[in-house]
Design a protein around this ligand. Structure first.
Ligand SMILES: [Fe+2]
Length: 289
C-alpha cells in the first residue's frame, strides 16, 4: 500500500470519525462494523459527512466543472436489466418498462489529481471499502472510461427502479438538487430464493409504499450499497440545480472492462482498450447499474 497518499485522506476525509489510514484503530473497526451491520440488514449504509464540510464546496465545484462533459442517452429498460422484448409471463414485472435517461462523465474527464480521482485510487480508501464489503481486496476497473464517473441528473430527469447486476456500489454526492432526486430503496424485496414478483410489481406500479425507504443524501455523504436484492431508484430532480454524484466502481476481481456495445451506449464512444479486450475480457457489462 502506498502510504504517501495519507495526506490526501487527512485533508479530505473526516478522519476523526473515519480514520482510513489507521486500520488498527478502534474508530476504524467501529466504522467498518457499523457498515457491515447496515449492509447485512438493509443492503445500504451511509457515512455522513465522510468528506469534511470545509471541502464540500471544492467537491461541488469539481463536479460542476466536469458535468458539461457528460454523455446523454435514453434507453427503454425494465427493472431487471434484461431485454425488454424477452419472452416473459403476462404478470412478470419485467414486462413493465421505463425510460432511463443516462448522463455520465467518463473517467478520462476526471483528472487524477482531483479530489475524486485521488480518492478513487487511494489505497487506504480501497482497503476501508474492502473491509466494509467483507472482501479481502477490491480492484479499480481496468476500464479507462468507467470505474470512476460522475452521474448527472438534471431537473426533470430521474433514474428509474432497478436491481443492480454488480456486486456493490459506492457513491458520493457532490451536489444536491434543490428538491427531489432522493434515493428510494426496498431493502431485501427479493432474495436468491424468492423473486417476490408480487411486491416488485406493486412498487413498480406506484404502490407498496410501506416497502419503500427514502434516503436524502447530502453533499459529502458516502453511500455503500448492495443492490442485487434491493429494488432502488433516484426520484425526479426538481428545481433548477442538477444532482451530481460520483460513482466509485470497483470489482472483487482485477481486469474488469466494459463491452464495446455497452460502453458506446453509456459514453458515446469506445477506446482502443475496449476493442482489444472484446471477447476475452473479464465480464464487465452493466458496470454502472
Ligand atoms: Fe443501481
Amino acid at each position: 500500500m502506498d502510504t504517501s497518499v495519507a495526506p490526501l485522506i487527512e485533508q479530505l476525509v473526516d478522519t476523526d470519525r473515519y480514520p482510513l489510514a489507521r486500520p488498527d484503530s478502534p474508530a476504524w473497526a467501529e466504522a467498518v462494523d457499523r457498515v457491515r451491520r447496515d449492509l447485512d440488514g438493509q443492503g445500504c449504509s451511509v457515512l455522513p459527512n465522510f468528506v469534511r464540510s470545509s471541502r464540500h464546496e471544492d467537491l461541488r465545484r469539481e463536479g460542476a466543472e466536469m458535468a458539461p462533459h457528460a454523455h446523454y442517452d435514453v434507453e427503454t429498460v425494465n427493472a431487471y436489466n434484461i431485454p425488454t422484448d424477452a419472452p416473459l409471463p403476462a404478470d412478470h414485472p419485467g414486462r413493465i418498462t421505463m425510460r432511463r435517461r443516462n448522463a455520465f462523465v467518463a473517467r478520462d474527464h476526471v483528472p487524477p489529481d482531483s479530489i475524486l480521482g485521488g480518492l478513487y485510487s487511494d489505497g487506504h480508501f480501497q482497503r476501508f471499502l474492502a473491509a466494509c464489503f467483507d472482501l479481502p481486496e477490491i480492484h479499480e476497473l481496468a476500464d479507462p472510461l468507467a470505474g470512476l464517473v460522475l452521474n448527472v441528473v438534471r431537473p426533470g430527469m430521474d433514474h428509474p427502479w432497478h436491481f443492480d447486476t454488480n456486486e456493490f456500489a459506492v457513491t458520493l454526492l457532490t451536489q444536491a438538487p434543490e428538491s427531489g432526486g432522493e434515493f428510494e430503496y426496498c431493502p431485501g424485496i427479493r432474495s436468491a430464493e424468492d423473486e417476490n414478483f408480487a411486491d416488485v410489481s406493486a412498487v413498480l406500479r406506484g404502490g407498496g409504499t410501506d416497502l419503500v425507504h427514502t434516503l436524502t443524501l447530502r453533499p459529502g455523504d458516502l453511500q455503500l450499497f448492495r443492490g442485487r436484492f434491493s429494488l432502488h431508484r433516484v426520484t425526479p430532480v426538481e428545481g433548477n440545480t442538477d444532482r451530481h454524484s460520483a460513482i466509485f466502481a470497483y470489482s472483487a476481481r482485477p481486469g474488469v472492462i466494459g463491452s464495446v456495445s455497452r460502453t458506446r451506449q453509456i459514453f458515446g464512444r469506445v477506446l482502443p482498450e475496449h476493442l482489444a479486450a472484446e471477447g476475452h475480457a473479464v465480464r464487465g457489462d452493466q458496470l454502472l447499474d
